[in-house]
Design a protein around this ligand. Structure first.
Ligand code: COA
Length: 257
């Protein structure tokens, strides 16, 4: 499958995805969203991929938002469909992946771009990154999960302030507030992601899948996260990687996952 708006490379069980519309600061038009859906669906089933890294092409932007030109003429019902389809097919889909997805934020991550990073499981940023949800300046609100995930991550007060003022946050502030977990130079951003991916792949991918689902359960309405954790914990015991991990420890050797 070839993609018009995405660059994909697979190396050492990591899939590297770059959103590739640099002249539009990688803005998410319907073509990009459709391709992201197709690609993540394929990566979900790809046995050769254990970690996914998502970044933006060029040095200026991760993603500068949903494509404003594309939705500027939409009415209320088209607006609703845009948010629903995007959440179902891309943003929730990524958040629900059982393979870790790392957002490597290499510049502007605004609006739908920050929401895309928020849907990923881990965020790292280069020192030039600028992050924000400027939708209210356009007369709309974040529609790809931003009002929910930003508040969950950095707290309701800080998220409300960012959404209401449309202020951009720099990388250091993002690190302090927990929006990102690491800040690097732009040159070392992807090697940092590779190193993190390598550390993750030292561990059981079955357990990692269960850990991601269990952490996510805390944010699902009508799901008791503690109960979910018990279920996922128990499921791990039935998997060969649990046998390998515990056996390796007892035999004082490195587990082979
Ligand atoms: N949707 C559509 N096009 C976008 C875009 C978006 N979200 N963000 C940037 N672009 C386009 C610009 O229209 C411009 O296209 P052009 O060269 O054909 O005119 C190109 O990308 C470069 O952007 P430009 O604004 O010239 O770069 P800049 O360095 O002056 O400013 C930003 C950078 C990120 C501050 C500015 O592009 C911006 O504010 N973008 C919109 C951010 C936003 O509101 N996102 C939320 C959308 S819901």
């Amino acid at each position: 499958m070839t993609y018009e708006h995405l660059l994909i490379e697979k190396q050492d069980k990591i899939a590297w995805i770059s959103i590739n519309r640099p002249t539009k600061l990688n803005a998410l038009n319907s073509g990009v969203l459709e391709e992201l859906h197709l690609l993540f669906t394929a990566l979900k089933a790809d046995q050769e991929v254990r970690v996914i890294v998502l970044t933006g092409s060029g040095e200026k932007a991760f993603v500068a938002g949903a494509d404003i030109a594309e939705f500027a003429q939409f009415n209320a019902s088209e607006g609703k469909s845009l948010a629903k389809k995007g959440q179902d097919q891309v943003f929730d889909f990524i958040a629900n992946m059982t393979k870790p997805v790392i957002a490597a934020i290499n510049g502007f991550a605004l609006g739908g771009g920050l929401e895309l990073a928020l849907a990923c499981h881990i965020r790292i940023a280069s020192s030039n990154a600028r992050m924000g949800l400027p939708e209210t300046s356009l007369g709309v609100i974040p529609g790809y999960g931003g009002t929910q995930r930003l508040a969950q991550l950095i707290g309701r007060g800080r998220a409300t302030e960012l959404i209401l003022t449309c202020r951009m946050m720099g990388a250091e502030e993002a690190l302090q507030t927990g929006l990102v977990s690491r800040v690097t130079s732009q040159e070392t951003l992807l090697s940092t992601a590779a190193e993190m991916g390598g550390k993750i792949m030292n561990n059981s991918s079955n357990a990692i899948g269960h850990a991601l689902q269990s952490i996510a359960a805390s944010y699902e309405e009508s799901v008791d996260g503690f109960d979910a954790e018990i279920g996922h914990f128990g499921d791990c015991f039935g998997h060969p990687e649990f046998k390998e991990g515990t056996q390796a420890f007892l035999e004082k050797r490195k587990a082979n996952y």
